[in-house]
Design a binder for this molecule. Structure first.
Ligand SMILES: Cc1ncc(COP(=O)(O)O)c(C=O)c1O
Length: 351
């Protein structure tokens, strides 16, 4: 078996309960394109978690969920305000601009979190036909820097958005990690705080693959199935993605899987913080640990640690002479032994 990697939470495999659900779904024939009983149950589960207004659409991946959601919310001349560190901005190969046709208006957010003040600074040119129209605020929960928005912080962004006739989208690739970290229900981070659209993540939380776009307003949901197909996110054998989402949301697997990843990140963060020569860049609030380490120690770790790669050097606008930022992500299957082994290796490389 290959070594445990902290390179990403998509380096882990599928959770055994998810695999079991896929195997159970692999019985006989079922209609394609979502007309199957697994998908109907998943749609109902999203309504149970998020309220009767939640319309869920199963999709393949996170970038596709984001792009399709933005297509539903935006007009051809609209813009999306997001943190500069947003996956939308740095990790989707320009798909939001190319495929959704929206301009991204970014704000530098040192902890990865957009505030109403930062968002407001990008709301310009409203009503000016020469300018793109800021229409959507998009945030990631948890963020790309491992931080978590409190429900009140999301509510404040939703309030600003709605006051300015805009909409709030959440990239929830790690929404379950945020909810587990805060000890709240998914609804408290979405429905109760005025979110209009959600990209719900499954892949990073124990699925083999699979996400969902959840639209909270009927006017966006009405024709979304056309946008999903046109955005190449309609699975023909959808039952196999839906069966996985059903395993995740039907009981408390979403919480157990994310809770483990968060706890292991907390353990790793505490171990790193205690080391001379290592500094945490951000508070560890979900399943990610970001730390500054001297370059020779990082090079030593990359040489000696198994994993392909064991972790990533992470871009940062901050500069620390002779050091780099690294990102370590924990998964549903990360164990205390995995964490302790890594912390020991870091200690050795720091000498
Ligand atoms: C914040 C965030 N959003 C979305 C995604 C989903 O991306 P993908 O298209 O790789 O499923 C990721 C994956 O790294 C992510 O970190």
């Amino acid at each position: 078996m290959s070594a445990h990697s902290f390179g990403s939470d998509n380096h882990s495999g599928g959770h055994p309960e998810v695999i079991e659900a896929v195997l159970a779904a692999n019985e006989g024939h079922a209609p394609g394109y979502g007309a199957d009983p697994w998908t109907a149950r998943v749609e109902e589960l999203f309504r149970e978690h998020l309220g009767p207004q939640a319309s869920a659409f199963v999709v393949f991946n996170g970038s596709g969920a984001n792009v399709a959601a933005l297509r539903a919310l935006g007009r051809p001349y609209d813009a999306v305000i997001c943190p500069a560190s947003a996956h939308l901005n740095v990790d989707e190969c320009g798909a939001p601009e190319r495929i959704a046709g929206v301009k991204l208006l970014t704000a530098e957010c040192p902890d990865g979190k957009l505030t109403p003040e930062l968002a407001e600074s990008r709301i310009t040119g409203v009503g000016d036909e020469h300018a793109v129209q800021p229409r959507i605020i998009s945030i990631s929960q948890s963020t790309e820097l491992g931080t978590v928005y409190e429900p009140s912080e999301i509510a404040a962004l939703a309030e600003l958005a709605h006051e300015r006739e805009m909409l709030l989208h959440i990239d929830g690739a790690r929404l379950c990690n945020a909810a587990a970290s805060l000890g709240v229900e998914l609804r408290e981070l979405v429905t109760d705080v005025g979110v209009d659209a959600l990209s719900f993540g499954g892949t990073k939380n124990g699925l083999l693959l699979g996400e969902a776009v959840v639209l909270m307003r009927p006017e966006h949901a009405a024709d979304f199935r056309f946008l999903r197909k046109q955005t190449l996110q309609l699975a023909s054998k959808m039952r196999f993605i839906s069966a996985q989402l059903e395993a995740l949301l039907g009981g408390d697997l979403w919480l157990r899987a994310a809770g483990n990843a968060n706890r292991m990140a907390g353990r790793l963060g505490a171990a790193i913080e205690a080391l001379d020569g290592a500094t945490l860049a951000h508070p560890v609030q979900a399943n990610g640990v970001f730390a500054w380490l001297p370059d020779p120690a990082i090079d030593g770790l990359l040489e000696t640690m198994p994993g392909d790669p064991p972790f990533h050097r992470w871009p940062s606008s901050e500069r620390v002479e002779g050091s780099s930022l690294i990102r370590l992500l924990c998964s549903w299957d990360t164990s205390e032994a995995d964490v302790d082994e890594l912390a020991g290796a870091i200690a050795d490389c720091l000498g």
